[in-house]
Design a protein around this ligand. Structure first.
Ligand code: SAM
Length: 285
């Protein structure tokens, strides 16, 4: 099958560069360029945008983004073995692809990008979750990006869009929905990847809101939700005891029953509690 970009099929690229998938790097590659173009389209209108792609691997999704018209793509990849395939893609799209051989957790890519910026990534879920939380929690909002289009294992995607009262509801749902419109836009079976992972995957699309839905400090909301959901079955008066000497009174002051559990509390109430803790001036908050 010859591809629309004149580059060889991904299977050949991977074989020619000895890019066998490594478990230690969470490598499960997308091989179908029709599918990667579809994921690129899920990122919204990328034609006038710079795209930050994290973890391009052999470049299936990178090719999708360029073919769909991204103005520039900055691809950050840890695995040096992927540099050859990515250089070939850069040559096929002159001046539009820049590649950094780096750990995405260690670098700040913003200096390489011009707004509007959209982020697209298919990463191992631990790296993806860590980056997602960082992207969602700068103190200053709006952030450097307009949207995030991220592949996760389906269970993590469900946690991002979960509503109160469900098992999946927790810190990720609160941080994501506080400042973004978040939707699951695609589901993929294990066979879409080589090698196939054990679980289904899903693509989540998050669009940054101009302002957070409710005022709160990002650092406080993050610490509060991490603490509240660490022991999600406990009553809040117990799980949050370490945050304030009069936690029951603080909970009651914002209309939360001290005997309720974290998963019963909506976003607005968590933001109110976060502000009340900040007003209390406790150390660490
Ligand atoms: N995007 C490609 C695709 O869809 O076929 C590859 C996806 S594979 C699941 C994850 C990629 O992220 C691998 O290429 C891996 O080397 C890269 N990666 C893992 N950890 C990384 C990190 N900390 N920084 C940058 N890239 C990373």
């Amino acid at each position: 099958m010859s591809a629309i970009d004149g580059l060889p099929p991904l299977r050949e690229v991977i074989a020619a560069h000895g890019l066998s998938a490594r478990k230690s790097l969470g490598q499960n590659f997308l091989m179908d360029l029709n599918l990667t173009a579809k994921i690129a389209r899920a990122a919204g209108d990328i034609t006038g945008a710079d795209v930050l792609e994290v973890g391009p691997g052999p470049g299936g999704l990178t090719r999708g983004l360029l073919a769909e018209g991204a103005r520039h793509v900055l691809a950050v990849e840890k695995d040096a073995r992927a540099m050859g395939p990515l250089a070939e893609i850069a040559a096929a799209y002159p001046g539009r692809l820049k590649v950094l051989n780096a750990d995405a957790l260690e670098i700040d890519p913003v200096a390489h990008l011009t707004p509007p910026i959209r982020v697209v990534a298919n990463l191992p879920y631990n790296v993806g979750t860590e980056l997602l939380v960082r992207w969602l929690t700068p103190e200053v909002w709006p952030p450097f990006w307009q949207s995030l289009t991220l592949m996760f294992q389906k269970e993590v995607a469900q946690r991002i869009v979960a509503q109160p009262g469900s098992k999946a509801y927790g810190r990720l749902a609160i941080l994501a929905q506080w400042r973004c419109e978040a939707r699951v836009v695609m589901e993929l079976p294990p066979e879409a990847f080589t090698p196939p992972p054990k679980v289904r995957s899903a693509v989540v699309h998050l669009v940054a809101l101009p302002e957070p839905r409710f005022p709160a400090s990002a650092a406080t909301l993050q610490k509060l939700t991490a603490t509240a959901f660490q022991q999600r079955r406990k009553m809040l008066r117990a799980s949050l005891k370490g945050l304030h000497p009069q936690i029951e009174a603080v909970l009651e002051s914002v209309g939360i029953r001290p005997t309720s559990r974290a998963e019963e509390i909506g976003l607005e109430q968590f933001c109110a509690l976060s502000r009340a803790l900040d007003a209390g001036g406790q150390a660490g908050f």
